[in-house]
Design a protein around this ligand. Structure first.
Ligand SMILES: Cc1cc2nc3c(=O)[nH]c(=O)nc-3n(C[C@H](O)[C@H](O)[C@H](O)COP(=O)(O)O)c2cc1C
Length: 157
């Protein structure tokens, strides 16, 4: 079934798998993408231990992205948390771009999504799915003006 979502994301079926912190790892995400939807790696995908280091968090995400690429040649997404001081966001953003991930799922807190984050992703040809904590019409319009490709209105856990 084709619609605007499948066209934007380059997938076969308009179904996006909700990212789940820790749970939605490479195997889960690849299975979803191989089935024609969009698998999305959650924060801490595939991990069993906690690290406070932004660099180590990003390197772990790089390994999980590479593992996903071994398991599927279909598009998949990776999560970026956009909130607070963004110290985890920037190193993961660099890795998402460097690894050629096709879709970035942004979990955003009001007022923290800016063109500084959107522009490098857009320039790399990455599609942006934005899932704000509290969606509003004003926020959706602002996101659209910044170049967000898909706006999710469910909020997030
Ligand atoms: C354990 C768990 C972790 C989750 N972590 C995230 C997350 O990191 N980011 C996010 O956007 N949503 C997260 N969610 C929400 C899911 O993406 C999804 O919206 C939710 O499970 C409802 O989807 P469903 O109606 O298909 O069950 C999480 C949900 C669960 C159960």
């Amino acid at each position: 079934m084709k619609n605007r979502v499948t066209d934007i994301l380059g997938i076969e079926k308009p179904i996006l798998q909700g990212p789940m912190n820790w749970i939605t790892n490479a195997e889960f995400v690849a299975a979803m993408s191989n089935a024609g939807g969009l698998g999305i790696l959650g924060p801490n995908a595939g991990q069993k231990t906690v690290t406070a280091s932004p660099e180590e968090t990003a390197e772990r995400m790089r390994r999980e992205i590479r593992k996903t690429k071994e398991l599927t040649d279909k598009p998949f997404g990776s999560t970026l948390i956009v909130g607070g001081d963004l110290k985890y966001t920037w190193p993961i953003l660099e890795i998402v771009i460097a690894e050629g991930v096709q879709v970035a799922l942004l979990n955003g807190v009001e007022g923290t999504l800016t063109e500084k984050i959107i522009t490098p992703l857009k320039e790399a040809g990455i599609k942006i799915v934005y899932r704000p904590l509290n969606p509003t019409i004003e926020d959706a319009k602002a996101a659209q003006a910044m170049g967000v490709d898909i706006y999710v209105v469910t909020g997030f856990d």
